[in-house]
Write a protein that binds this ligand. Structure first.
Ligand code: ATP
Ligand code: MG
Length: 398
């Protein structure tokens, strides 16, 4: 595991800090992933050096929040976050400490971390520093807070949702006292910003153990305190499988409502306009699919990825429909004579010339008449044929 560029560079950064007389270790998710023999997302280093000292030691650095003690060190093109050992002052808003104090002790730094598995540290010689039995919990697949769980959740309510997110990502169980404390503190979720809730929720949905996460969300009572009035507790989450796709999950959340409304979900969870639009398409396509097999028009109207996702959702939500394999949907879609109006071989200019008329509302109508005729194979997508057909059609209309 230590052969990748990232780890080698991290080791070098630690050794350099050590040579300058500072303590430095790997910390956080990277160590957790290392012990589990998994590839780490990013590598974090904690050190006794102050941010200014870190900056003076390394050539290329970027300030990432000096108040929190984080400097990004770039070595061999690999960015590594180096954060000064710190403790946190009083939590006054259930989310953020009122102040952060830099300290010289690694133990103090590890104590403020959320879960035992996240409070492991490792030296450049790959020796683990395990002050809270993090290895034991990792091996047993247990999520447990460092210290008294209700105190830790009172300090920072986001940790409750992080516990659920890690259970979904790792397939771990939440230790009983920790889960009990979440139930007690669940209404503090109101202190967490919607953006952070959305980010954690999406991480749960992208996890391999989505069902476990959603079950814990209900069991821990956090579901009841999520914004809006959505069905986070519906047992159908258990049938969704493992889509690893947030669009599918947002649409599913909508469709579990009596009156599905993608825009409402997007507003409550502060989603981008782009995803809002995609949710609306997917909700719409799924509702159609629950009523009928996709028609030529449906296949034309929706993008392939929406059709395939709608088929999946319809299967979960409307169990009586006959399943259509993805390949069949894709083949049918691809077999359409055109995929969009842009694929017509003629343009509005051609049509104006044929009719010898300037543009106007009639032109848009005529083009869409041509589009439909080509789509339904009444006429080939060929300039001569199209001209003949449309002039004929308009004559017969008169
Ligand atoms: P990921 O693989 O998702 O990045 P991670 O464990 O690295 O997981 P981060 O959010 O990147 O999670 O945080 C890095 C470390 O900082 C954590 O491992 C944990 O030790 C600590 N940490 C992060 N958020 C909190 C929090 N809200 N309360 C206490 N400690 C935290
Ligand atoms: Mg991380």
């Amino acid at each position: 595991m230590f052969t990748t560029d990232q780890w080698q560079t991290g080791k070098k950064v630690i050794e350099t800090l050590n040579q300058h007389g500072f303590e430095a270790v790997f910390v956080g998710g990277a160590v957790r992933d290392f012990v589990r023999c998994k590839i780490a997302n990013d590598i974090d280093i904690a050190t006794s050096a102050l941010p200014s000292e870190v900056k003076s030691i390394f050539k290329r650095t970027v300030d990432l929040g000096l108040a929190h003690g984080t400097v990004l060190v770039i070595e061999n093109h690999v960015p590594i976050e180096v954060t000064t050992f710190r403790t946190e002052g009083q939590y006054t808003d259930h989310r953020r400490p009122s102040d952060v104090r830099f300290v010289q002790s690694l133990e103090e730094d590890l104590k403020r971390r959320d879960f035992t598995m996240n409070a492991l540290a490792m030296t450049a010689e790959f020796q683990l520093v395990d002050l809270f039995d993090g290895q034991r919990d990792l091996h047993n697949g247990i999520i447990r807070t460092v210290g008294e769980p209700s105190d830790r959740f009172k300090e920072d309510a986001l940790r409750m949702l992080r516990a659920i997110r890690f259970s979904a990502q790792l397939g771990f169980s939440i230790e009983d006292t920790t889960l009990g404390a979440i139930k007690l503190c669940a209404n503090d979720l109101a202190y967490v910003s919607v953006e952070r809730l959305t980010a954690e929720l999406e991480k749960i949905w992208l996890s391999t153990h989505l069902e476990k996460g959603m079950t814990y969300l209900g069991q821990s009572q956090l579901a009841k305190h999520m914004p809006g009035d959505f069905s986070f507790e519906d047992e159908k989450w258990g049938y969704l499988g493992n889509p690893q796709n947030v669009l599918v999950c947002w649409a599913f959340l909508c469709l579990l409502q009596e009156k599905p409304n993608g825009s409402e979900v997007a507003t409550v969870f502060k989603l981008s306009n782009d995803i809002k639009q995609q949710i609306n398409y997917l909700v719409n396509a799924t509702q159609i699919r629950c009523e009928r097999i996709f028609t030529i028009h449906d296949l034309y109207q929706f993008e392939e990825n929406i059709l395939v996702k709608a088929e999946h959702l319809a299967r979960v939500l409307c169990s009586d429909i006959q399943h259509m394999p993805t390949e069949t949907i894709v083949q049918r879609k691809q077999a359409l004579p055109i995929q969009s109006i842009r694929e017509l071989v003629i343009s509005g200019q051609d049509v104006m010339e044929w009719f010898n008329k300037p543009g106007g509302p009639w032109l848009k109508e005529t083009l869409s008449q041509i589009e439909l005729a080509v789509l339904h194979q009444k006429v080939a997508n060929n300039a001569t044929k199209l001209k003949e057909w449309i002039l004929n059609e308009s004559n017969s209309e008169i």
